[in-house]
Design a protein around this ligand. Structure first.
Ligand code: ATP
Ligand code: LTN
Length: 336
């Protein structure tokens, strides 16, 4: 059986980008039944930028509940909080000693985020990809389903794993990214040159998984388009980035390809298309929202899942960590 692992930061409410780029594909891979899956709320990662403690707590539970509402809790999966498994941070320390400053300096997410926040660039924001590598390698993951923005972090993870294996012998499995064909990079509805992000200060830029139907429709109707007025995906023209983004969203939400969509809306203009896109998103999110409502009244169940899962995660990650420590030359602990 192959192993799948992925996580989302607890840095905001989950967006349609997180869903179409990541969680929807986790669910599809999980349903496939061929994988042992580990999904976690990356709370350790989210403090690389300052978080309010009460909000962090609330959002962490919200994300966990959304994972379960998306159906990830069924079967043999483990769904847990990263901070409940100390092995992530321990392995992160080790891997940081096999990763060069130059490699970390090239990470575009670091450049983007530190550019926005020059006053408070922490070393945690800089070494974030090392912790992410530890998350993945601790479970010997084969496949990591993420959006396109995480591809570079995954390459770094692979490089560090190959380097470590080169020095100490086969220790880590080398993971592959799984990036979806449609939905891998959903852009902001207000500025289609930026990715849709849960930490965007402009709430019209994103659709949240828990947005009400009328809010979703309003945000889609306000989405930036152009004056061409033709519903056809046109990668060549940067002015069409807004409509291209809406077409990608519609495609990921309905499974229709770009040609079918162009045909469906031939001669119909943006008004009719936006109405259909809004409805498609509302339809995709409705079952998730309904299940979320049910599970948020069943806190005991949610707690039981993440508690049991963290135990399984600690056990699996400890196996890798013990092997790593031994190979490095640390003295084994006497277990009493
Ligand atoms: P932040 O804005 O705090 O950086 P984020 O919304 O970018 O957060 P992450 O926690 O960094 O979210 O991402 C979780 C997962 O969702 C990752 O796999 C990421 O690739 C995917 N993802 C995030 N935003 C998008 C997007 N706009 N389109 C497609 N996938 C996305
Ligand atoms: N860096 C990811 C979140 C994340 C992750 C991971 C994804 C943390 N650890 C391990 C996949 C595997 C992000 O989306 N910003």
């Amino acid at each position: 059986m192959q192993t799948i692992l992925s996580g989302v930061q607890a840095s905001g409410h989950l967006t349609l980008g997180n869903y179409l780029g990541a969680i929807k594909n986790w669910r599809e891979l999980h349903k496939d039944g061929r994988y042992r899956c580990w999904f976690f709320v990356a709370d350790l990662h989210s403090i690389t930028v300052r978080q309010n403690p009460a909000e962090l707590r609330e959002r962490s539970i919200e994300i966990m509940t959304l994972y379960l509402a998306a159906g990830l809790g069924q079967g043999e999966n483990s769904i847990f909080f990263q901070s409940h498994v100390p092995q992530h941070a321990e392995l992160g320390w080790v891997l940081g000693c096999y990763c060069n400053l130059g490699e970390l300096s090239r990470m575009t997410q670091f450049k983007d985020k530190s550019g926005k926040n020059e006053a408070g660039i922490t070393s945690g924001l800089f070494t974030y990809p090392v912790l992410m590598a530890a998350d993945i390698l601790a479970y010997q993951a084969d496949l990591v389903p993420v959006g396109a923005d995480q591809k570079q972090h995954l390459e770094l993870c692979r490089d560090v794993a190959v380097r470590f294996n080169g020095i100490y012998g086969e220790t880590f499995k080398i993971p592959e990214p799984f990036i979806p064909k449609e939905g891998a990079r959903i852009m902001s509805l207000q500025d289609p040159s930026m990715k849709m992000s849960k930490s965007d200060p402009n709430s019209n830029g994103y659709i949240l998984l828990l947005d009400k139907p009328d809010t979703i429709m309003k945000k889609i109707k306000r989405a930036v388009t152009d004056s061409v007025g033709e519903v056809r995906f046109d990668a060549e023209n940067p002015e069409r980035a807004g409509i291209n983004n809406l077409i990608s969203i519609y495609s990921a939400a309905t499974g229709k390809d770009f040609e079918q969509i162009a045909h469906e809306f031939e001669g119909k203009g943006y008004g009719a298309f936006k109405q259909a896109a809004g409805e498609a998103i509302i339809d995709v999110l409705a079952p998730l929202q309904e299940e979320y409502g049910r599970l948020s009244n069943d806190k005991e169940y949610v707690r039981s899942v993440y508690t049991k899962s963290a135990e399984q995660a600690r056990e699996a990650a400890q196996k890798t960590l013990a092997d790593v420590y031994e190979r490095i030359g640390f003295i084994p602990k006497e277990e009493r």
